[in-house]
Design a protein around this ligand. Structure first.
Ligand SMILES: [Zn+2]
Length: 340
């Protein structure tokens, strides 16, 4: 059963898994794991239905049997849900649709993937605040009691609609899309489609584009690449390993270094900022490897002509994954298969 939100007992409210993670890392050490109950009121009052939060307490990606395990909620089989529970109802509706259609899922256009649950697949990335707002160093999202985002804002399920043909999952939090991308195998990335904003859908392997091809790619894309993270006092510099190819007529043949600067002060203004600063600090440690994803622009560096800089409008449009080297090298075989 897919559970997108749960009631966090310690926070006293319903959260999605990324909000739970942000709240977890807001705590001073030693941090305590949270208790979660079903988001549906009757489940809580009648059965105290427990839900388990998985991997929301990790800065470095977890891997089991060579498959990444992303933060998620899962059902706790010992405590039952009520009949009217939103997650039970959703599962029933999906089962009923399956039974009614009596066709294999793939023929109906539904997807099945080897490592990604179809309920965690993302069809549409709807970047928030596209039309307004300054770049990331003064990112707009406010931080109120640790998590300013409404739980429904980036929740794949709440905006899910069954439009007669297929369900579309829309999110505005980049990491949700990144999680889906990372769990798709290379062949699945060529088949599965992602729509970014109002642009035409693209296969995942084209919607996600290596940074070196920034100036060669057309339309809205999510750019990414391996990075070295360095701490500069309280702040961070993020340098991409790949240089960005600068095409004619700008400066043909040239490849420029790409950097991203993040000020701790600005990070901490954001509901997810404490997690990001701790994650970045972890990435600076020896034996760690980081990958950066962004939805934004590459602009001239403010002072150094040989460099370029990343600019994002909101920290929701920035995501990192941090792994230990042993894991990074095992996964390298998969990332090498990424085609453009
Ligand atoms: Zn329930």
């Amino acid at each position: 059963m897919h559970i997108a939100r749960a009631y966090c007992v310690q926070a006293g409210k319903v959260v999605d898994i990324y909000q739970a993670r942000a709240l977890f890392f807001e705590q001073e050490e030693p941090r305590r794991r949270f208790e979660f109950l079903c988001s549906y009121d009757t489940c809580r009052s009648a059965n105290a239905t427990r839900v388990t939060g998985v991997n929301y307490d990790k800065l470095v990606e977890d891997e089991r049997d060579r498959i990444l395990v992303k933060p998620h909620f899962r059902m706790n089989p010992e405590t039952p849900h009520s009949v009217g529970c939103e997650w039970v109802a959703r599962e029933r509706a999906e089962e009923a649709a399956d039974a009614r259609d009596r066709e294999p899922a793939q023929r109906r256009g539904m997807r099945s993937f080897r490592n990604l649950k179809s309920s965690d697949f993302v069809d549409v990335f709807l970047p928030a605040q596209l039309a307004r707002g300054p770049p990331c160093e003064s990112a707009e999202s406010s931080r109120t009691s640790g998590a300013g985002r409404e739980p429904t804002a980036a929740d794949p399920v709440s905006t899910r609609t069954r439009a007669g043909r297929s369900k579309l999952t829309r999110v505005d939090f980049l990491e949700t899309v990144v999680s889906a991308y990372e769990l798709l195998e290379a062949d699945e990335r060529r088949e599965a489609k992602l729509r970014i904003g109002r642009e035409a859908s693209l296969p995942y392997n084209r919607a996600f584009c290596r940074v070196e091809r920034y100036f060669l790619a057309r339309g809205a894309r999510i750019f990414h690449g391996g990075v070295r993270v360095q701490a500069h006092g309280p702040n961070f510099s993020v340098r991409f390993f790949d240089r960005v190819i600068v095409p004619a007529p700008m400066r043909p043949g040239e490849a420029r270094e790409l950097v991203l600067y993040l000020k701790r002060e600005a990070l901490l203004q954001h509901w997810n900022g404490r997690f990001l600063t701790l994650q970045l600090a972890e990435a600076t440690k020896p034996g760690h490897y980081a990958h950066c994803y962004f939805f934004g622009r590459v602009v001239d560096h403010p002072t150094l002509a040989e460099r370029l800089a990343v600019e994002v409008r909101s920290l929701e449009h920035l995501a990192f994954t941090v792994r230990r080297r042993a894991i990074a090298s095992k996964r390298a075989t998969t990332s090498e298969l990424i085609s453009y």
